[in-house]
Design a protein around this ligand. Structure first.
Ligand SMILES: Cc1cc2nc3c(=O)[nH]c(=O)nc-3n(C[C@H](O)[C@H](O)[C@H](O)COP(=O)(O)O)c2cc1C
Length: 370
């Protein structure tokens, strides 16, 4: 019922305004939820779904369910108290860079409804690590989070690639006490040459710089692009394992424009092929799944994977989990399906477990390979 209310009521309204304005409205609303226990109770009763079969412990953290908020939605960690009440099992904030930055010029966020996709070239617009650490400190002094919090780190635009490791290290130092896990984001297409940092030497240098700061041995993960070829993905896996990385996030948005139904962006009138940015949602789903399968096969299931890309339904999430994802994340699915998408996915996952005669979600991880 509430899903239909979103699809036929709120979504047309939100889709009638500029995508970035709609996003800012969503964040402002979630911020209010984050700060009001009355609102939290209302949202929780509508959106949350609990089933002990969906819970698991990973990296010594308790995940009540395997569906999390993907990076990029709450870039400045402004609404961290809202995410558990919307039903998420964990949330990842950021990308946060050492220096605050405004990001790319607008317009920089576009909907592609025929493809159930989003194109974004936000360019890591965020307040920076110092301001975000202050926000987090203030909020966490008076509130306690009930779900694991991931913090996604990126390189400041003005920092040279050769200096990238110091930039990531500075952010990790500033934000270390607040995160349950951290992500080295080397896969956004919207910071020039950032994805070059996925190359073995550069990635190794960053991870080597971060390890001494990680005195509490918190999980550090690497988020990769779907556009790497298979050989390069295997290289990233090997470097990550060499440096004791806790897991991989597969994947970020794609720069591919293949198989899109949309030809032109309505806001600019330009061919989508000529517009810079990364595509998320349905067009990235299959490649993200293939990357998860490849990582699982390369590591024989030994490196935990967070699966993300084109998850709209329980079936999408299930495919990622049986391919090898321990937990999954959603961004574009939230835009198209509304907040009820989380509960719908969770309920559907329980149905899947029952249909396969499995006792819990952990038994489903990597099932396709057995
Ligand atoms: C508007 C937008 C902004 C994003 N910003 C970030 C970001 O700052 N850092 C990051 O690691 N991923 C970012 N992402 C990528 C998502 O976290 C996710 O990896 C990708 O969108 C695929 O998942 P989805 O199909 O569920 O959206 C962004 C995605 C979108 C749509």
């Amino acid at each position: 019922m509430l899903s239909a209310a979103y699809q036929y009521g709120l979504r047309p309204l939100l889709f009638s305004v500029d995508p970035e304005a709609a996003h800012n409205l969503a964040i402002a609303t979630c911020r209010r939820i984050s700060e009001s226990s009355a609102l939290q109770a209302i949202v929780k009763s509508a959106c949350c779904y609990r089933d002990p079969r969906l819970s698991q412990t990973l990296w010594n953290l308790n995940f009540d369910n395997p569906v999390g908020l993907a990076a990029g939605f709450d870039k400045n960690a402004e609404a961290i108290g809202a995410w558990s009440h919307l039903g998420f099992g964990f949330a990842e904030v950021g990308t946060i860079t050492a220096l605050g930055q405004t990001g790319n010029p607008q317009p920089r966020l576009f909907r592609l409804p025929s493809d159930r996709a989003v194109l974004n070239r936000m360019g890591f617009n965020n307040q920076g690590a110092i301001a975000t650490a202050a926000n987090l400190k203030q909020y966490l002094q008076t509130h306690k989070l009930t779900i694991p919090l991931g913090i996604n780190l990126g390189k400041s635009k003005v920092t040279e690639l050769a200096e990238a490791k110091f930039d990531y290290a500075e952010s990790l130092r500033l934000l270390y006490e607040f995160g349950d896990y951290f992500v080295v984001n080397v896969s956004s297409p919207n910071t020039p040459n950032l994805r070059d940092l996925q190359a073995t030497a550069q990635l190794g240098a960053i991870l080597a710089e971060l390890n001494p700061i990680n005195i509490q041995h918190k999980p550090i993960l690497v988020k990769i692009a779907p556009d790497l070829n298979d050989a390069d993905i295997i290289e990233v896996v090997k470097v990550s394992q060499d440096y004791g990385i806790a897991g991989l996030i597969a994947t970020n948005t794609t720069i591919s424009r293949q198989n899109l139904i949309t030809t032109h962006l309505s806001i600019t009138g330009n061919p989508v092929a000529n517009e810079a940015g990364g595509i998320s949602g349905q067009p990235v789903r299959d490649r993200s799944l293939a990357v998860i399968n490849l990582i699982w096969e390369t590591t024989q299931g030994k490196l935990p994977i967070i699966g993300v890309g084109g998850i709209f339904t329980a079936e999408d999430a299930w495919q990622k989990i049986i391919a090898g994802a321990s937990i999954v994340q959603v961004y574009t699915g939230l835009v198209y399906e509304g907040p009820m998408v989380i509960k719908n996915i969770l309920q559907g996952l329980v149905v899947k477990l029952e249909a396969h005669g499995l006792e819990n979600i952990q038994q489903a991880i990597g099932l396709a390979h057995r």
